[in-house]
Ligand binder design. Structure first.
Ligand code: AKB
Length: 300
């Protein structure tokens, strides 16, 4: 099988490339990024997929919520036109399966912010969220209209040490863990105290993607699923870090990203993913903190 990964140098891609290499040792993996394949260029995307006989795509190239509000037009182009180009080329060139991440940013207004269900009102207020909702609808369209097997997971904040965070609202937690591990005890949080959001450790993300993509099609009652690990606010990360013996104190200087976080779920219900394809997250706040402090201190 020939696999294409776009956005391969991003936060998920950096770790998904070696993970897929281990999961599918007989496959050839084509890792691309903006320097090798610009997803906004429809003819290049089509040519790449055709020339390399790609049969599975992990389309990870995207701008996240924070940078999205700074460059809404570019976010629209990369996130939505990029996905359209991937989907068009995939159906033309006989690709079998496409994975495109979605996000908790699809939620915004008029929905339950605690234990947010899979199926509820999607009224995002950020450009990133707008592109993710439109993307979800587009995936459903390509699946029902053309039979392309497009699958998507709504990721919360992803916590990882190798891949660089891409300008998201949940990234403060990664910065806090990295700083604490490197012995810098004074952290300034761009989200205020009490801002509770859902998170997942990258290892759960990687396992989840592969389990989901391997799930028999007839088991899936949705194309898009909520997934979550645990919910935490900045002070929860601070206490977890202190518990592991790293001194840290946090001051709160909320910026424009606070308004984004205030629209997002405090916790997510992922029962549908658990029932349909066996989704399980393994790592809680404690274990995630422990692993990332260790990773970041080894990076010194
Ligand atoms: C972001 O903060 O933009 C992302 C996300 C939740 O999709 N991490």
């Amino acid at each position: 099988m020939n696999i294409l990964i776009t956005g391969a140098k991003g936060q998920i891609g950096t770790e998904l490339v070696p993970f897929l290499g281990r999961s599918y040792p007989d496959s050839q993996i084509f890792s691309t990024d903006i320097d090798t394949l610009d997803v906004t260029d429809a003819s290049k995307v089509d040519q790449f997929i055709g020339d390399n006989s790609i049969s599975q795509v992990f389309h990870l190239a995207a701008l996240l919520s924070g940078v999205g509000e700074r460059s809404p037009r570019k976010t629209f182009d990369v996130n939505l036109l990029g996905s359209l180009n991937i989907l068009e080329a995939s159906r033309d060139r006989g690709v079998l399966q496409v994975f495109i991440p979605s996000s908790i940013a699809v939620f915004g207004r008029d929905y339950p912010r605690d234990n947010t269900p899979n199926d509820t009102v999607l009224r995002p207020l950020s450009m990133y969220g707008v592109t993710k909702v439109a993307g979800e609808v587009l995936h459903e369209y390509y699946t029902s209209r053309y039979g392309l097997d497009v699958r998507s997971l709504r990721f919360p904040g992803i916590l990882s040490s190798r891949g660089k965070p891409g300008g998201g609202t949940t990234d403060y937690a990664i910065h806090m863990l990295a700083q604490a591990a490197q012995g810098e005890p004074n952290f300034v949080s761009f989200l205020k105290q009490g801002t509770r959001l859902p998170f997942l450790h990258i290892d759960d993300v990687l396992e989840g993607i592969v389990t989901f993509m391997n799930a028999p099609r007839e088991h899936l009652s949705r194309r898009v699923y909520n997934v979550t690990g645990f919910s935490a606010a900045p002070e929860d990360f601070m206490f977890a870090i202190q518990k592991h013996g790293n001194p840290i104190s946090v001051t709160y200087e909320p910026d424009f990203r606070q308004a984004i976080a205030d629209q997002w779920p405090r916790s997510i219900n992922d029962t549908r993913a658990r029932k349909d394809w066996g989704w399980r997250s393994q790592l809680d706040l404690e274990e995630t903190t422990l692993r990332l402090l260790k990773d970041f201190s080894e990076d010194l």
